[in-house]
Design a protein around this ligand. Structure first.
Ligand code: PLP
Length: 408
């Protein structure tokens, strides 16, 4: 049986332990929701303040050139690239995941003019499905078909233009086989689009080596970019070289935005996927968190993530009314653990009242994210202990824990 003392020994030997001082984890809180909104890096307020007061406040319009504002979406893309196994020229930071998915999925349909089906996962994060509906609605005869990842191969026929899948399922934490699926989708003549929102910063992602065509992802979850921080998109070099057309042809994607020409002439390279002025305050926050991420070894992050989730699973399995939904196999697990409980919502609220923050996804999943840069083994032990006490005491039955907010 693992003890708290044993967890403390694991913490003492943890090669990533020094990263915790880079993050403002509130006193008395065990934060298991970094898969939804990552915690604030200690250096971020200073960097944002500097951009506000100096670059905006004093230098004003001159900062577009002098502080490199114009280059910022590219610079950040180059820094995200190693986290997702991409070349620096294949990634740009802009807009949101949904908007970027709209751009790359529309591009994909245009690249496969004879094909009209988009396959998606019926259990996907719904915004991806909504965008697929919206995009297929713009193409005559196109349709969005929802399948489970297991059924995918049966549906890969000559009408499939593109497949959109999440690398890690946002509810169950299941990790899909990116290289295997990508190879089968491409062999069927379709284009593979990965949503890496729940894997970037959680484990090494290998878009290039997998042969992925496109990818999108957000930066406010495992990457600690802050609420609503800008997303990124990836386009494989072989497509960029052919000059693909994306639908949101705004001035930042133009070859000469400051020539103010009436006709659209896209930039070469990944820049043609830009649309508008970058949100520079959000990008400044992301820039400072990437300063921390740049020092992290993703292999060590993955090893600790698996150790933390293994530990949590071993401590909570067998608790009354709890079913572990996340796969036990390492090769099929992301960096979160989902527990099914018939009263998951009030149980999570009672746990939050005790200082252990997880979240809930309808109808009955309690979700716990594990972020190796700022979580310790003793944190995990304490969280499991608190969950056991909440369930044993039945305190979650108090009426106040059943009141639901707008965000669960
Ligand atoms: C968090 C998340 C998003 C977020 O989309 P936004 O447009 O950035 O709000 C999209 N897809 C998945 C799979 C996510 O987990």
């Amino acid at each position: 049986m693992i003890t708290r003392e044993k967890c403390a020994a694991l913490d003492a030997a943890d090669p990533l332990a020094a990263f915790r001082k880079e993050f403002s984890v509130p006193e008395g809180i065990v934060y298991l929701d970094g898969n939804s909104l990552g915690v604030l890096p200690v250096r971020t307020p200073g960097r944002v303040q500097q951009v506000v007061e100096e670059e905006w406040g004093r230098a004003l319009i001159r900062s577009w050139n002098e502080a490199g504002w114009f280059e910022q979406p590219y610079r950040l893309g180059r820094r995200i690239a190693p986290l997702i196994g991409a070349d620096p020229a294949e990634v740009v930071v802009c807009d949101t995941t949904s908007v970027n998915l709209f751009k790359v999925l529309t591009t994909a349909l245009r690249l496969r003019p004879g094909r009209r089906t988009v396959l998606g996962d019926s259990a996907a994060f719904p915004t991806d499905l909504y965008i697929a509906e919206g995009v297929t609605g713009l193409f005559e005869g196109a349709r969005s078909v929802l399948v489970t990842p297991e059924e995918l191969d049966r549906h890969l026929d000559a009408d499939v233009a593109a497949v959109v899948l999440s690398h890690v399922d946002y509810r169950t934490g299941e990790l899909l086989d990116m290289p295997g699926i990508t190879a089968r989708v491409r062999a069927a003549g379709a284009l593979m689009i990965w949503d890496v929102c729940h894997s970037v910063g959680a484990l090494p992602v290998e878009l290039g080596a997998s042969g992925a065509d496109f990818a999108v992802g957000c930066t406010y979850k495992y990457l600690n970019g802050g609420p609503g921080s800008p997303a990124f998109l990836y386009v494989a070099e072989r497509h960029l070289a052919a000059g693909p057309e994306q639908p949101l042809s705004g001035w930042f994607g133009h070859a000469r935005p400051f020539a103010f020409e009436p006709g659209y002439d896209p930039r070469t390279g990944i820049g043609r996927f830009l649309t508008s002025s970058p949100s520079l305050l959000g990008q400044a926050a992301l820039e400072s968190s990437l300063d921390v991420w740049e020092q992290a070894d993703l292999t060590a992050v993955r090893a600790k993530s698996l150790a933390l989730t293994d530990l949590f699973i071993s401590l909570v399995e067998g608790l009354d009314g709890v079913e572990v939904v996340t796969p036990r196999e390492h090769a099929r697990r992301g960096s979160q653990v989902a527990l099914r409980h018939a009263d998951g919502y009030p149980v999570v609220q009672a746990l939050i009242a005790r200082g252990v923050i997880g979240d809930f996804r309808a109808p009955d999943l309690m979700r716990f994210g594990f972020t190796p840069l700022y979580l310790s083994y003793t944190d995990v032990w304490d969280a499991a202990q608190q969950l056991a006490e909440v369930l044993e005491s039945g305190e979650w039955r108090e009426e106040r824990f059943s009141r639901r907010g707008e965000v669960t």
